[in-house]
Design a protein around this ligand. Structure first.
Ligand code: SAM
Length: 320
């Protein structure tokens, strides 16, 4: 773990020192590293990339304690994204999570007590035998806690995982959409803005870091499997940790975006956001508006509620 943190510090030297808008430790579960290693890694990154903005760490409720949360907060992390997933113990044991619902609630309270005023919770839906009522209960309870942001994820079964080998009765598409709409309406009732397809936030608590991705901004990605977009080039580091530790250059894939790629990304990422994308005269836009999938707002077009449900289809239609 120490060698890995050192390697990240060394990789950071490849990129010129500069002030950055945000820093994000994730995905996965960075909180499984010793807290002292995380705080010293953040300290050294901040020397190269000073940041006065959002500094997030992702955490699994089973890997934090009041002490570790205070140390992370004192080191400069000012936002925490907690992998709650569900507040039903049945769902959590089905997902083989390391924590139960009470641990997740405690992690949120402990984070708040440690001084985190910007707390996000990840929620999964479309789980085997899950009902809209149970999703509603999770979201209602979460919204009674001191959180500012919710990210939602519909279960996807990845090939080759132990989960894929088990047989489950998954909710059908209609039930899954019902769960999504339930989350939407409860968040709305509590003053959370649906600012992106899968994300809800209190006003001013929209994730700065993720919004930057959706706005096609450049970013430096460090670590095994990290992706970056820097100097007009997208790059990907190798995923294998030993390779990352030992290779002189960890980048295994690099591509310069063509104008067409940039346009596609602009739509693909921009339409995820509530504010939408600038209408650039794409000839397919009027038809999608007529079909009730897109709507105009001044110079911008965005997905309608119906369009949101089939966002991938709408985005593909823009390129046919
Ligand atoms: C990068 S993960 C963060 C993990 C979090 N820090 C933790 O340790 O619990 C982001 C989120 O993706 C979601 N996720 C992970 N695997 C998924 C799957 N197979 N299908 C749908 N969502 C998934 C979970 O909600 C998870 O919290």
């Amino acid at each position: 773990m120490e060698a890995y943190a050192k390697r990240i510090e060394r990789e950071a030297l490849k990129y010129s020192a500069q002030e950055v808008k945000s820093i994000y430790f994730g995905g996965g579960t960075p909180s499984s590293l010793p807290t002292a290693l995380l705080t010293s890694l953040l300290g050294s990154l901040l020397k190269r990339f000073p940041c006065r903005g959002e500094i997030t760490i992702e955490a699994n409720p089973a890997t934090v304690s009041p002490e570790s949360l205070s140390a992370l907060r004192n080191a400069g992390f000012n936002r925490i994204s907690i992998g709650v997933q569900s507040l039903s113990d049945r769902d959590l044991s089905l997902l083989e999570r390391l924590h139960n619902a009470a641990d997740a609630v405690k992690a949120i309270r402990d984070a708040k007590n440690a001084g985190f005023d910007n707390i996000s919770a990840d929620v999964m839906f479309g789980l085997p035998d899950q009902t809209a009522e149970s999703v509603a209960q999770t979201v209602e309870t979460l919204l009674s806690l001191p959180i500012t942001h919710i990210s939602t994820y519909s279960l996807s079964i990845e090939e080759g995982t132990p989960f894929a080998k088990r047989s489950f009765a998954l909710p059908d598409e209609e039930k899954e959409r019902e769960m999504y709409r339930t989350i939407q309406s409860i968040c709305k009732e509590h003053g959370f803005l649906h600012y992106e397809i899968s994300n809800f936030a209190l006003p001013d608590f929209e994730s700065v870091h993720n919004s930057h991705y959706w706005e096609c901004g450049e970013y430096i990605g460090l670590g095994a499997g990290a992706h970056g977009f820097y100097g007009g080039e997208r790059y990907a580091n190798g995923e294998d940790i030993d390779f990352y530790l030992n290779a002189e250059n960890p980048v295994v894939d690099k591509s310069v975006l063509t104008e067409k790629d940039k346009k596609e990304e602009y739509y693909m990422l921009g339409l995820r956001m509530q504010k939408g994308v600038k209408d650039d005269g794409n000839p397919n836009i009027p038809r999608l508006i007529k079909d009730g999938l897109l709507e105009k707002d001044g110079d911008f077009v965005r997905l309608t509620e119906r369009g949101l449900d089939i966002a991938n289809y709408v985005i593909c239609e823009l390129f046919t």
